[in-house]
Write a protein that binds this ligand. Structure first.
Ligand SMILES: [Mg+2]
Length: 134
C-alpha cells in the first residue's frame, strides 16, 4: 500500500481528499502546514507528497524546496496543488522542485493518474518535461 502525505491547511479539503484517497487503497497521513509537512516527510517517509501551495508557517513552494534540498526526502515525488491555474504557477512549481502540478478543486481521476504515474516511476508532466528526450 502506497503512503501519501497530504499537506493541506483547509480542513474540508483535507478531510474530503484524504477519504477519497483512502477509499482507493492509499494510506494517507496528514499535515496542516508547511513546517509540519516537511517534518512529517522525514518521519513518515511517504511514497508521494500532495502539497497545497497556500499554507501557513511555510508555504508549499518553500516546503517543497526544503524537501528537495535534503538527501533523505529529495527522491519523494511532490505534486503541487494550487487553487487557481494562474499563469506562472507551473513555472514556480518547477523551480521549487515539484514533480507535477494540479489545480483545485481536485478532479480525482485526473489526480489519481498523476499519482500513479509518479509512483510507477514514469513521472508526471513536469518530471517528464525535465527529462532529456532520447
Ligand atoms: Mg491552503
Amino acid at each position: 500500500m502506497s503512503k501519501i502525505l497530504l499537506v493541506e491547511d483547509n480542513e474540508m479539503n483535507r478531510d474530503m481528499l484524504s477519504r477519497r484517497l483512502q477509499r482507493r487503497g492509499y494510506e494517507v497521513v496528514l499535515a496542516v502546514d508547511g513546517q509540519s509537512g516537511v517534518e512529517m516527510a522525514q518521519t513518515e517517509s511517504p511514497d508521494l507528497v500532495l502539497m497545497d501551495m497556500s499554507l501557513p508557517a511555510l508555504d508549499g513552494w518553500e516546503a517543497t524546496r526544503r524537501l528537495k534540498a535534503v538527501a533523505s526526502t529529495r527522491h519523494i515525488p511532490v505534486i503541487a496543488l494550487t487553487a487557481h491555474a494562474m499563469s506562472g504557477d507551473r513555472e514556480k512549481a518547477l523551480e521549487a522542485g515539484c514533480d507535477d502540478y494540479d489545480t483545485k478543486p481536485v478532479e480525482l481521476v485526473r489526480l489519481l493518474g498523476k499519482i500513479e504515474a509518479l509512483l510507477s516511476g514514469f513521472g508526471g508532466d513536469i518530471a517528464s518535461a525535465r527529462k532529456p528526450t532520447a
